[in-house]
Design a protein around this ligand. Structure first.
Ligand SMILES: NC(=O)c1ccc[n+]([C@@H]2O[C@H](COP(=O)([O-])OP(=O)(O)OC[C@H]3O[C@@H](n4cnc5c(N)ncnc54)[C@H](O)[C@@H]3O)[C@@H](O)[C@H]2O)c1
Length: 367
């Protein structure tokens, strides 16, 4: 049985606590806000999963800071991720450290430090892009590996979801101005909040051998009224170092939501959809014979995290984390693109990513 510490008794902290408890693991959730701990016990967890689980320990971070854990999960606001992650790796490294998305703010501050600490400690550091590990994503990877689609012509990805649901799930927040969500530079806005789209684009580019994004041209729709400063629409055209051109859309205004990606090959295509209806993810694809196949994957909200936690379990039991879709460098690649998009929009220019410069703003240059 693994010992798990979760920072943040908020929305994701509860989801991942439940996913770990389904594995029978010993879970402690810590939060700097005692009201958040109480809300978890009396409201969020029982409302989502039927009843409170007395096996879950609730604590302040200081109360459990000297204990050892196999898995540490950071489910706090994005602008706190790096400080907590580096401090955990410096003080008492766990075997796996899972940081929620987005891994950091667009400033990429301390990103290189985190990568160095991962190397020094040997901890497997991951970023919570859970959609790469759902059942339909694993099936998509299998189909792609059989070469059904041929040579990739383009990839597009979109995570478009009005964020009213987030505020519905956080009734103690009156709106985006009350949290990081209303501030792109703190990891909120469509760029940070729905960065799943950028990440799944990169995931499919990686699975199809299409290279790494190194050119970014963005147009955003900013909301800037003195109280908030965030992008509500994040429209980005990208190109990889192998010449593949595609598009990414993220927004916080579309209702009902659209969460989908499409790979067009010269032999066939694949459409990948999250929540095609309230109970399924879906794949729709065809190869060179043109015969369209549709597969539905039954799911509930807890299933969104089950694949990710099963993957973490494999790594805790000794599997090689090589090529993990949630490895920290994949999450940092995503933030490089998000950061490049903000820079591109601000200056109306195409931004190049130079991966040799490491994970910092120094990697971004105007073309
Ligand atoms: N992968 C997903 O699908 C998914 C879903 C929801 C949220 N998230 C991500 O999870 C992160 C948190 O989002 P949320 O909606 O759960 O936020 P939230 O506001 O519901 O909860 C965050 C909690 O962290 C606590 N906190 C802040 N600093 C802390 C610290 N230093 N130590 C301990 N606790 C601290 C806050 O008090 C708060 O209770 C964000 O990065 C978000 O993007 C990911």
């Amino acid at each position: 049985m693994y010992k798990v510490k979760i920072f943040g008794a908020g929305s994701i902290g509860n989801h991942l606590a439940n996913a770990c408890r389904r594995k029978g693991w010993q879970v402690s959730i810590c939060d700097i806000d005692k009201a958040a701990l109480e809300r978890t016990r009396s409201d969020i967890y029982p409302a989502r999963y039927g009843k409170w689980d007395n096996e879950i320990r609730l604590a302040t971070p200081g109360e459990i800071e000297n204990e050892e854990f196999d898995l540490v999960i950071i489910g706090t606001p994005p602008d706190s991720h790096m400080a907590i992650a580096c401090s955990e790796l410096e003080r008492r490294p766990s075997r796996v450290l899972l940081i929620e998305k987005p891994v950091c703010t667009p400033s990429l501050e301390d990103a290189n430090k985190l990568v160095n600490l991962q190397k020094e400690t040997g901890t497997f550091v991951a970023v919570g892009y859970n959609h790469t590990l759902t059942a339909h994503s694993q099936r998509a990877a299998e189909i792609i590996s059989h070469g059904l689609l041929g040579k990739t012509q383009t990839i597009s990805a979109a995570f478009r979801e009005y964020w009213g649901g987030i505020f519905g799930a956080h009734p103690w927040l009156s709106g985006p101005e009350d949290s990081y969500l209303g501030f792109s530079q703190r990891g909120g806005g469509a760029g940070g909040e729905h960065s799943h789209a950028t990440n799944i684009w990169q995931h499919f580019a990686w699975l199809t051998g299409s290279g790494r994004i190194n050119r970014v041209m963005a147009l955003l729709d900013m909301v800037d009224d003195g109280k908030v400063s965030y992008d509500q629409l994040f429209l980005v055209n990208v190109q990889t170092d192998k010449g593949l051109v595609g598009s990414i859309i993220q927004d916080v205004v579309t209702e009902p939501p659209v969460k989908a990606a499409r790979i067009q090959g010269d032999q066939g295509f694949m459409e990948w959809t999250v929540n095609i209806d309230s109970g399924h993810d879906a794949l729709r694809y065809a190869g060179s014979d043109g015969k369209i196949c549709e597969e539905l994957f039954p799911k509930t909200r807890p299933d969104d995290f089950a694949g990710e936690i099963a993957h973490v379990e494999e790594i805790l039991s000794g599997a090689s984390p090589e090529d993990s879709p949630i490895a920290v460098i994949r999450g940092l690649d995503t933030m490089l693109v998000v950061s490049a998009a903000y820079l591109s929009h601000k200056h109306g220019r195409l931004v190049k990513i130079n991966y040799d410069a490491g994970y910092s703003r120094d990697a971004l240059e105007f073309e």
